[in-house]
Design a protein. Structure first.
Length: 500
């Protein structure tokens, strides 16, 4: 009997149906829309819309080849679609989904697709490194060599592995935007209208709740749209990506970023085609090496690294809490209530999340994540928040990114230091301090910046840990030079008690 192939909602590109060594020609297909997924978590409404729209667009493309089932759970949907018949599925992207398919006797799990390197290859590399402090930069060099990506005769193209020195520019002074061509934005269609009607009904009749706003869909929901977004980025926006990739502008949240993460994580794009297109742009003289290397690093360096660490560290990794942070996330943050927030940087970024379910990596790390770290919020709650509230957020994405990098909850297994800063960094790398009620240099008084006081309070709280780390020991030395430390800590406690 020919096996039916099961496509999860993040396996929507053609590379998930191509024959390979592990399986011959793939036959009939099943897709399952399980409402229980949306009952378990309070997702951003725009994310729920995007995922359902993308699944239904893929089903429409496959036509009679697919059985599209709407059920309460995956188990019920699979029973309805194939009974006890044989099923194949490519390795899912979460521990929970892998446990599910592995527990179903008729399901054969095939190797993962949608990534550049195999689990086995990564494990061999990681085990050779001792399985301890696995550094992203070392992985990045190894992956470039393995993939022969941006390499010239065994050496890194452009003469160096890392062009960060050219990619950390603050935004142009006085600019409200970078003046680059706008990103690709899709048009909604009848499928989107159907999804919105269903989401309204779920909220009204089934008690399924969402957070955030569901405006016009901002991200591709099918392969054609995803390719259009990729080509527009590479052809019109990649050249200017590098210098300002770490900068922030209040009126230009997108800047030169690719906006491809949602399409990659839905499986609409293959990472190989993305990095290949970027390398071709450099070799053809259409984009400088620093911009191309920065983009390649995001996919072949960081995205790939996070994917493999998720599986290498195992499911217990999510319970890491080396900093001993247990405070609950406050309600205004959970509700994305940007209008209640006085700090302009936080209000701006929280509004971006509320309205679109997306911000680029620096607001995520240095505005949202830094705040959570300084305030001592429970890292597992913070991980869940990022998972639910971002259109590109999945368990495999957010677990290492939040537990490991943003919240340093693993004690340094993934990164060499906690990532947080005072207001001075935000002032230097953005225009978000302009017009704010707070002043980045103020530690006390009514204008004290909560990121500045929070930074010093965090440093004081964890001074022993930070003093023992060569990358953060200077922060402790700076703490000891503050002649108003006591008042700074009192100011910070007052903000924490009365925030936002």
């Amino acid at each position: 009997m020919t096996a039916t192939h099961w496509l999860f909602g993040d396996q929507l590109g053609p590379h998930f149906l191509r024959p390979g060594e592990e399986v011959g020609q793939i036959g009939p297909v099943v897709m399952i829309e399980a409402r229980s997924v949306f009952r378990r978590r309070r997702f951003h409404r725009a994310k729920a819309h995007l995922v359902l729209s993308a699944m239904r667009h893929r089903a429409a493309e496959l036509g009679d080849r697919v059985r599209y089932v709407r059920a309460e759970t995956y188990r019920e949907g699979l029973l309805q679609a194939v009974g006890n018949g044989p099923v194949t599925v490519h390795h899912p992207t979460s521990h929970a989904a892998l446990r599910l398919v592995s527990a179903l006797p008729q399901v054969r799990v095939l190797p993962a697709r949608g990534f550049l390197l195999s689990h086995g290859a990564f494990r061999t590399w990681a085990d050779q490194g001792g399985g301890g402090r696995l550094r992203q930069e070392d992985f990045y060099h190894w992956s470039r060599r393995e993939l022969d990506l941006l390499m010239d005769q065994g050496a890194p193209a452009g003469g160096t592995w890392n062009h960060d020195h050219a990619n950390r520019e603050p935004p142009p002074r006085g600019a409200h935007g970078l003046g680059v061509p706008s990103p690709y934005r899709p048009r909604e269609d009848a499928i989107d209208e159907e999804v919105r009607v269903d989401l309204d009904r779920w909220e009204r009749e089934e008690g399924i709740a969402f957070v955030g706003r569901d405006g016009p869909r901002c991200f591709p929901a099918d392969r054609r749209q995803a390719l259009a977004a990729l080509h527009r980025f590479v052809d019109q926006r990649l050249a200017g990506f590098g210098p300002y990739e770490d900068a922030m502008l209040a009126a230009d949240p997108v800047m030169s970023h690719s906006l491809l993460s949602a399409s990659l994580n839905l499986g609409l794009l293959d990472p190989a085609e993305c990095v290949t297109a970027a390398e071709a742009a450099w070799r053809e003289g259409r984009a400088p090496i620093n911009s191309v290397e920065g983009f390649v690093r995001q996919i072949a360096g960081w995205r790939e690294y996070v994917w493999h660490l998720y599986w290498y560290f195992g499911d217990d990794y999510r319970h890491s809490n080396a900093m001993g942070h247990h405070k609950p996330i406050p309600g205004w943050f959970l509700e994305l209530d940007a209008d209640a927030v006085n700090a302009r940087c936080l209000a701006t970024v929280l509004a971006q999340v509320r309205d679109t379910g997306w911000t680029h990596h620096i607001p995520r790390l240095m505005v949202l994540g830094s705040l959570a770290l300084q305030r001592g919020w429970d890292p597992l709650e913070v991980t869940d928040w990022f998972h639910r509230c971002f259109v590109d957020g999945y368990d495999w994405v957010m677990l290492p990114n939040v537990i490991g990098m943003s919240q340093y909850a693993d004690g340094g297994r993934m990164t060499t230091k906690p990532y947080t800063s005072g207001g001075a960094y935000l002032h230097r790398m953005s225009d978000l301090c302009t017009g704010c009620a707070y002043r980045p240099a103020c530690r006390t008084g009514e204008h004290a910046c909560p990121y500045t006081t929070g930074y010093w309070a965090f440093t004081q709280r964890h001074r022993s840990l930070l003093a023992a780390n060569h990358r953060t020991s200077r922060a402790v030395q700076g703490l000891d030079r503050l002649n108003d430390l006591g008042e700074t800590l009192r100011t910070d406690r007052q903000w924490d008690e009365t925030a936002p």
